[in-house]
Design a protein around this ligand. Sequence first.
Ligand SMILES: [Fe+2]
Ligand SMILES: [Fe+2]
Length: 611
Amino acid sequence: MAEIYQYSVAILIGVAIFGALLGLLRLQHSRKMRSAKGLIRKLEGTAVPVVGTEELPEKALQDGEILPLRPSLYGIPYLAWIITSLVIPSVFLILFFENLTDPYSPPAAQSEAWIAYRAPAAFEFRGKQVPRHQLLIPKGTLVTDADRSLVQEALRNRERVRPESVLGTLLIVTIFTLILLYHTNFLYPRSTEKNKNLILIYLMILVVLVCAKASLFYEVFSPYLIPVPWAGLMITVLINRRIVPLIMLITLIFVSLASQFDFGLFLVLLSGGLVSGSWVRQARRRSELMAASFMVGLVMVFVYLCELVLTGGGLGDAFPNAVAALTNGIIAALLTLIFLPVIERLFDFTSPFRLMELLDLNVPVLKDLFFKAPGTYQHSLAVANISENVANEIGANGLLVRVGAYYHDIGKMFRPEYFIENQMAGENLHEELGLVASAAVLRSHVTMGVQLARKIGLPGAVEDFIPQHHGTSTIDYFYFKSKELESEIKSERVFKYPGPKPQSKETAIVMIVDSCEAACRLLESRDDETVRNLVSRIVNRKMEQGELDHSGLTIGELKKIEDTVTHVLKSTGHQRIAYPSDSGSTQEGDSQESSLRVVRRRGAPEKQSSG
Ligand SMILES: [Fe+2]
Ligand SMILES: [Fe+2]
């Protein structure tokens, strides 16, 4: 009883520490979001200075440079191998835990066994052969003197494991771990773009395996409670549901090694893992996750009963196991909701629930954007609506795209008056600026946006949209104008956005839609052909410039994107300024709108060539 008491105290302390940590994280997050106003004011002081008609020295531009982007801890491919080489022995240690250290102390005679006592290794006792993992004392029975000496003998022999069993297990673990590594890296490159995904996958496998060991060896809880559905849910919500079946299969192969290949258990847990991966596809709210996990529980019970009928097992023992299977499904959602905030913070993951919070237009940053740069706010909403449709069309993450589009231009709130969508008719502040200064102001909406995103704690996946929606594209108008004027500034870099180029399909979609939406406002008519030509010119130009090289978009997907963007843009219509249709170039991005306006004001020719 003393042990149960000690364990209970340990669990309580653990839960208390965990709860406190969780509370602190939430508190810190909400404080950051609340204090957004103050942070914005502070950043305003550091905004790129506008110095009238004088050209800014190149040095001043580089001060706001944001390359390299976020310092990455997991950037190198070798790391995947290092992590894997740590995981293989870890799985082995968990599987052979009872042989490496005393798994339990011999129970006192005449006491009740509070765990099941099993033989760590095969041994001989009073002329009888006792196989490995044979039950010595069932859980909950009264321990006799004979039981006690049996356990003592088992412990004396715990290290005597057959070498072929060690070698076989090690080989199976190595082969399947390498298969997992291969598939996650090559078949699902996007899932393991960052090694943190691989770490999360391994972490889930190890946690499930420790639980399997506690359940199968000590019978602490029913094996139908092994949290495989929870692992499936976590990976679905945080990484990608397409990768779930493979991970579930390999996790369960390891669990099978611990359960002496119990195929019935394998089937029930596999059904839970697979269903959790497919049912929560659309879960954007916590209630949907709860409903989905209830269905997971029901499917597990159904598979368990089918397996029982098939193998001719008695229905008498079925009830406790069926209840355990149902509970397993239900607690999967609860555990997911408890662990999500911690994992999100630790590894900088972004769950759909966090994204849903960021979609709230009452978030202080978006409210501020609305008041300071109403035109940019409207533009962001339009880009978000179109981009989400496009993303859903090609199977990318529509929710992430929508959130990314909401925040992609937040940096414009520092100098809203320099972007045409916020200008009153007839005003143009770029007239007073030199070319380099104008380019610097445009560039600064990216650098300032990233700084603001970091200050208010936007998730990395959302922050990525800010620098990547312009990639390393050139601010063409000012660049070509400076060439035309044979200006002293020869460096193209002065007229380039800092990058990086879009690193995912999602950011590439926002890059394309951002440019198309801005350019389309200048069209005179929005008939199918005009819009289609404009969109395909923009996409081609992005491809020529190599901006889409790292996005992972295929030619087929680009075609689909063109079709969807054309379809949406031609059916939403308001016109503003005539677009010079034969300029031989595309007006790219929101910033290029300003360029066009500048051309008009300065009385430059209508048909300008911006590259
Ligand atoms: Fe922008
Ligand atoms: Fe934009």
